[in-house]
Design a protein around this ligand. Structure first.
Ligand code: CA
Length: 221
């Protein structure tokens, strides 16, 4: 899952970027509304964390512009404590959720997972697909016989994306876009290596190859 983080407070931005990265998100961080609007329009984010008070263009205006151009990316706005009107304005502009500062990172992670799951029509509290249950906090997966398989960072990022898109053909370039950050060294052939590692850990049938098109997760279901 790739996240756009928009926050002009450098300390908070750096801390959130680090915490979100440790939680298995690829994070692009920007510090102003103009760059935010541009990145959110050009890049295929799975969710956005959007501060409202920003230099150059307010978060509210950025959100309104995205929605006017039919960009439906899930957005969590960061509001000031007790500023109820910001929450109301945010929801009217098309926010999916809000978080009042200061907050605990665990709450942001829980809300992010929830808006992303909802955006894919998943209603449960955990991500379950094709006999697998993803443990997002521990970055591991529980398999059909109850065993727990530990995942490395990229394996976890990949599997979470697959589990949100079961039965869909996902090209290497699409997987790359959602697993790596904007300025990370992206080699889409490396994706193949990680897919083979997931097959080795979870069974070779869990991810099918469609020659010339990409990969399908959980197609046997
Ligand atoms: Ca701010």
């Amino acid at each position: 899952m790739r996240i756009l983080l928009v926050e002009d407070d450098p300390l908070l931005r750096d801390r959130l970027k680090m915490d979100l990265g440790q939680a298995g998100f690829a994070v692009d961080a920007v510090d102003n509304g103009v760059d935010a609007e541009h990145m959110g329009t050009e890049e295929p984010y799975d969710a956005v964390v959007l501060d409202l008070g920003l230099p150059r263009r307010s978060g509210l205006e950025v959100l309104q512009n995205w929605r006017r151009h039919k960009n439906g990316v899930p957005v969590i706005i960061l509001t000031a404590r007790d500023a109820w009107h910001e929450k109301v304005d945010g929801f009217k502009a098309g926010a999916d959720d809000y978080l009042a500062k200061p907050f605990h990172i665990e709450e942001l992670l829980a809300r992010l997972s929830a808006v992303i799951r909802r955006g894919h029509g998943k209603t449960g509290g955990e991500l379950q697909t094709a006999g697998l249950v993803l443990n997002e906090g521990r970055q591991s997966v529980t398999v059909a016989d109850g065993g727990v398989v530990e995942l490395t960072g990229i394996e976890f990022r990949l599997l979470r994306y697959f589990m949100l898109h079961p039965g869909q053909i996902l090209s290497k370039s699409r997987l790359t876009e959602h697993v790596y950050e904007f300025d990370e060294d992206k080699d889409s052939n490396v994706i193949e290596v990680y897919i083979n590692r997931l097959r080795h850990k979870l069974g070779k049938d869990v991810i099918a190859t469609r020659r010339g098109q990409g990969y399908v997760f959980g197609a046997a279901e």
